[in-house]
Ligand binder design. Structure first.
Ligand SMILES: Nc1ncnc2c1ncn2[C@@H]1O[C@H](COP(=O)(O)OP(=O)(O)OP(=O)(O)O)[C@@H](O)[C@H]1O
Ligand SMILES: [Mg+2]
Length: 584
């Protein structure tokens, strides 16, 4: 067979199989030189009992077992023949290489269709043969499935590591690694490739505003309105994003406006819900939306007048009603009980930092505005009005951290609801890239409040998103602090360097039993090196992530160089100014 990539001769053998288990073998290596060249986690090829097949294994343990002092002593006493060294390599079998199956040549499968026999030869997988093997492994994803290229294999820098891009996004993925390990660069590399597709579609939640440097026709930038945007008159078409209060779910409104520790909290929430429903009904009636009136609920995305709601609640707070005696008056049921709610509403409404919610420009109160928002955020490149920018990068850097979970999850929730209400077959799949996910999809959330409602949204997307074509990519430096429910739905992991044991455990659980040892690599990975595990790649592999074309603005500061610089910088004054203005 001319195309076969394995053509070993007996003299190439490293050693022979001495013991066989279900999925592991022990290979005896007589040649000490060859043993020295072996390394843990390298690949080997074993002769199979079936013709045209080879088994592929990964080195787990290398042991050089010299005779013990006692044995040597015995040998000297008895004068019997020398006791040989028992040098062994323990190999875990990870798959079968098949030279031909029907019309297909050179296939790698993650199943073990046979086990090696005792005395079968074991060959090192290195040099050209390794390159060719790696190509086979990665190109399998290429035959029909679309390819996603993250970089090259650490075992062989010439072999490009492709992932099956469909599987990567279909069942959620995670990019994890300690701070500075290269997550943002990896994300930039993903974004770049999505942006090049004719109808790519993704949203990147850019919490610190690091991705502003990513450019290209396939990329569109949005910024959640900061204080300096409020009077600028800029809106959706300028890339300034508002998220008007009427898009919040009722629970979110309660979390924002009602103090749960207040004795009157239940009354306040109840009155607010009544007033909001009434205000939404009024809006629908005045706009002549009869079809919606019949079925709308408090959570329906219908604009309403918050000032009217405030006035109504304020009126109840000071309401006097007729008393028992004619002409007399007494305090109404809610008299004085709503003061805290009224005060909180006023605070929130006038808080400039929350201007993107409560001081949004008039256009956001128009009935058609939600449709425009959803179109811009959810259409792929080709389906955008200007046929540009299928990858939407949303900069959240000016959003106060206490409401961040609420805002991110609200946008995600809009995406999910629209996908859910799209007729099946007409959905355009979308990926949500969630950078710094531990901030808004945390493991330890409270049962009520802003975080609870954010978690609820992401749990739902993690569990049901696949059906509606919404994929999540969780990106975090603390995987152990990201919701288990969400992470357990992630079928692919790109694990960069992880130094914390709990975080390593999260990745370890993803590894197939026989490859658990690979987790040992996590703390010693170089910056930009990753262990890739999951159904998007045939073999868990150590990969060197290639640099993205445009780099995120997350550059590590060179302390010593900065301290050594001669020229002075005047930055403090403008920083203090920006802090006061809450805007850079
Ligand atoms: N693939 C790569 N090749 C070479 N250098 C890299 C690579 N990825 C990252 N680096 C280097 O590491 C630095 C930090 O990378 P990055 O910003 O992606 O880290 P991060 O994991 O996102 O950190 P954080 O958790 O703090 O956001 C980069 O500025 C760059 O110098
Ligand atoms: Mg980062």
């Amino acid at each position: 067979m001319t195309n076969a990539i394995f053509s070993f001769g007996d003299s190439d053998a490293l050693g022979v199989v001495r013991a066989v288990d279900t999925a592991s073998v022990v290979v005896g290596v007589d040649n000490l030189e060859l043993l020295r060249k072996m390394q843990v986690n390298r690949l080997v090829v074993l002769q199979s009992s079936k013709a045209g097949q080879h088994l592929i294994g990964i080195v787990q343990r290398i042991v050089r077992d010299a005779p013990t002092a006692k044995e040597v002593e015995q040998e000297e006493e008895t004068g019997e023949a020398q006791i040989a060294e028992r040098n062994t390599v323990k190999v875990t079998l990870i798959g079968t290489f098949i030279e031909r199956d029907g019309t297909k040549e050179n296939l790698f499968r993650r199943t073990l269709e046979s086990v090696p026999e005792i005395d079968a030869n074991c060959f090192p997988l290195e040099g050209d043969v390794l390159t060719r093997f790696m190509r086979v492994v990665s190109h399998q994803a290429d035959s029909a499935a679309p390819r996603l290229s993250l970089g090259t294999y650490a075992l062989d820098h010439h072999a490009e590591a492709y992932l099956n891009a469909n599987r990567f996004f279909q069942r959620h993925a995670a990019i994890v690694g300690s701070t500075g390990s290269g997550k943002s660069w990896t994300t930039a590399r993903l974004v770049e490739q999505i942006a090049e597709l004719p109808n790519g579609n993704a949203i990147l939640f850019d919490i610190h505003g690091e991705y502003g440097t990513l450019k290209g026709d396939g990329i569109r930038h949005f910024r959640v309105a900061g204080t300096s945007d409020l009077e600028s008159g800029k809106g959706l078409s300028d890339g300034v994003l508002y998220l008007p209060y009427w898009l919040l779910a009722y629970d979110d409104m309660v979390a924002m406006l009602v103090d749960r520790d207040d004795n009157n909290a239940p009354n306040q929430a109840m009155l607010m819900s009544r007033a909001v429903v009434a205000a939404k009904r009024k809006y629908l009636e005045e706009g002549g939306h009869k079809d919606i009136l019949a079925n709308f609920t408090i959570d329906s995305p219908v604009p309403y007048d918050l000032v009217a709601v405030h006035d109504e609640i304020d009126a109840k707070n000071v309401e006097m009603v007729p008393g028992a005696r004619t002409g007399s008056e007494k305090q109404g049921d809610f008299f004085g009980k709503l003061s805290r709610l009224v005060a909180r509403m006023e605070n929130r409404i006038s808080d400039r930092k929350l201007g993107f919610m409560f001081q949004a420009p008039e256009e956001t109160g128009e009935f058609g505005w939600l449709e425009r928002l959803a179109k811009q955020l959810m259409a792929g490149t080709r389906d955008q009005e200007d046929s540009k920018g299928g990858v939407k990068i949303i900069d959240f850097s000016e959003v106060p951290s206490d409401v961040l979970p609420l805002i991110v999850s609200r946008i995600a929730s809009v995406m999910f609801s629209v996908s859910q209400w799209t007729r099946s077959g007409e959905r355009h799949p979308i990926a949500l890239l969630c950078d710094e996910a531990h901030l808004y999809i945390p493991e330890r959330g409270t049962s009520t409040g802003i975080l609870a409602s954010a978690l609820g949204t992401f749990h739902r997307i993690a569990k049901e998103g696949r059906k509606y074509g919404v994929g999540i990519v969780v990106i975090s430096q603390r995987p152990s602090e990201v919701s288990r429910t969400v992470l357990s739905q992630c079928n692919n992991f790109v694990a960069l360097r992880l130094t914390n044991a709990e975080d390593q455990g999260v990745v370890q659980r993803m590894l197939p039993d026989n490859l658990g040892g690979l987790a040992g690599l996590l703390p010693i990975l170089d910056t930009g090196e990753a262990l890739i595990v999951g159904d998007a790649c045939l073999l868990p592999a150590r990969i060197r992530i290639a640099e993205p074309k445009s780099k995120p603005d997350s550059g590590t500061v060179d302390f010593w160089d900065e301290w050594s610089a001669e020229d002075a910088k005047e930055t403090i004054a403008s920083a203090v100014q920006a802090w006061r203005k809450q805007s850079t």
